[in-house]
Write a protein that binds this ligand. Structure first.
Ligand SMILES: Cc1cc2nc3c(=O)[nH]c(=O)nc-3n(C[C@H](O)[C@H](O)[C@H](O)COP(=O)(O)OP(=O)(O)OC[C@H]3O[C@@H](n4cnc5c(N)ncnc54)[C@H](O)[C@@H]3O)c2cc1C
Length: 145
């Protein structure tokens, strides 16, 4: 029994249930797919290929799906959907990072923003570019040259 100053500790099973991410089923994924202008991919080979950056050593988990976002609303819909279900999201751009930051974790959705790559404005005199979140430096610099 606990005193007023003691909080009852959860059993190991309770603790793991509280922290484990939810695992969405196919119907849940359909709900997300219906909200996207982009695509939701569940083909394991395609998902796996998008689940890692260029780190040679960092661990890679098993993602449940890949969202190829094409616009801001896709990002909003994905994050809202995931937040409602406690599903982790790993965002990736070109996947050129070397530290495993874009590597999937188990049960996550990979949110690929590389198609959101429009360059909005280029101001050469101020060396200033406005580009969308998935635009690579190489593409942006190439357009400015
Ligand atoms: C050959 C080579 C040379 C490099 N040289 C340099 C260098 O000189 N200087 C340098 O700084 N880096 C360098 N890098 C590292 C790499 O280019 C950077 O990490 C790059 O900025 C990653 O961009 P990305 O779109 O590929 O991101 P990813 O690798 O896809 O992701 C990188 C991280 O950012 C997160 N992320 C990606 N997009 C978003 C988003 N839209 N919103 C929120 N989070 C996001 C990911 O989850 C991850 O944690 C080099 C890499 C390579 C392969």
């Amino acid at each position: 029994m606990s005193t007023p100053h003691q909080r009852e500790q959860p059993t190991p099973d309770e603790a793991s249930a509280a922290t484990a991410p939810a695992v969405p089923n196919a119907a849940d994924l359909d709900v997300l797919a219906a909200q996207l202008s982009g695509t939701l991919v569940t083909d394991p080979d395609v998902v796996d290929a998008a689940s890692r950056d260029r780190s040679p050593v960092e661990e890679v988990g098993a993602a449940i799906a890949l969202v190829r976002a094409t616009c801001r609303d896709d990002v909003v819909a994905t994050l809202r959907w995931a937040n409602e279900r406690g599903v982790p999201v790993i965002t990736r751009g070109a996947g050129t990072g070397l530290s495993g930051g874009a590597n999937a974790i188990d049960g996550c959705v990979v949110l690929d923003v590389s198609r959101m790559n429009a360059i909005k404005t280029i101001n050469p005199s101020r060396a200033h570019r406005r580009r969308r979140t998935g635009c690579s430096q190489r593409r942006s610099v190439g357009r400015s040259a």
